[in-house]
Each structure stands twice: as structure tokens, then as C-alpha cells.
Ligand binder design. Structure first.
Ligand code: ZN
Ligand code: ZN
Length: 149
């Protein structure tokens, strides 16, 4: 048997059928907050979130069935750059930009503090089911770098 065709038992990585990005696995808790019961029946769980900002696919499964941004009622970051980076904390890019402009970290710090507290419900509310603070930190760093060059 050719070893290349043997799937690793723990291999759960799927790639977006539209853009080829590596999917981020999401469970039913997350899918329930974004999809209707009918939509949830259309894709297998665990499904994957496509993290590419340019791609219109939000969720897809191993069988390449996909749910796109048009099918989902809520704006989703990073597909929609004006959507809150963190749906559970409501922090937007604008908040972060304001912090940078003012030379403070008030909003970002408050979000990070809140993310560590029981108020954080990223698993349920973040579109990819992951702590959205990673997005906050990444965007903050990007703004800082833009400022320096
Ligand atoms: Zn994609
Ligand atoms: Zn969150």
C-alpha cells in the first residue's frame, strides 16, 4: 500500500474549496450562533471556518459543501473589516486605530482583560470559535508597524 494515500488518523485539516486556505475547525456551539438549523443540516460537523478575508466562504466541510457570507446574517470578521474583531467583546478595528492614534492602549487592554474573564464567550461567539484576542493583537501590531514606516 502506498504510504502517501494513508490518511493520518489525527489529520483533521481541511482546505477551503474556494480559496484553498487551511480551515479552522469549529464545533456545533459556534455553528449554532451563526447558522440556522436548516443550514446546519447542510454541512457536516465539525465544520471548518475559512480564515481568508477575501474569500466568501465562511464554513465548509470535508465534502466541500460551503456556507458563504451571503448566507450568514451576521457580519463576520475578517470577511467584513468593519465587523467587531471580537464578537463577544465588541471591539472593532476602529477602536484599535483610535488607541494607536491617541498613543494609548486603553481599548485594547480592556478587551484583553475581558477576554481573560468569564465574560469572554469566544468559543460560542467568534466565527472561528477561537479566542478572538489573537485578531486584536495581530491588528494592533499591524497598525503599529504601519505607523513606523
Ligand atoms: Zn476560503
Ligand atoms: Zn471573543
Amino acid at each position: 500500500m502506498n504510504k502517501a494515500f494513508v490518511r493520518e488518523p489525527d489529520q483533521t485539516v481541511d482546505y477551503c474549496p474556494r480559496c484553498g486556505s487551511k480551515g479552522e475547525q469549529v464545533g456545533s456551539e459556534t455553528l449554532k450562533s451563526y447558522l440556522s438549523d436548516e443550514q446546519r443540516r447542510m454541512i457536516a460537523e465539525p465544520a471548518n471556518f475559512c480564515p481568508s478575508p477575501q474569500c466568501s466562504v465562511v464554513y465548509f466541510d470535508t465534502f466541500e459543501r460551503a456556507i458563504s457570507t451571503d448566507d450568514v446574517q451576521r457580519p463576520i470578521y475578517p470577511k467584513d473589516p468593519t465587523a467587531p474583531l471580537c464578537p463577544c467583546l465588541g471591539l472593532t478595528r476602529e477602536d484599535i486605530e483610535r488607541d494607536i492614534q491617541e498613543g494609548v492602549k486603553t481599548r485594547v487592554k480592556a478587551a484583553i482583560e475581558k477576554a481573560k474573564s468569564p465574560d469572554a464567550r469566544c468559543r460560542k461567539l467568534a466565527a472561528n470559535g477561537r479566542p478572538c484576542i489573537a485578531y486584536v493583537q495581530r491588528y494592533y501590531m499591524r497598525c503599529l508597524e504601519d505607523r513606523e514606516y
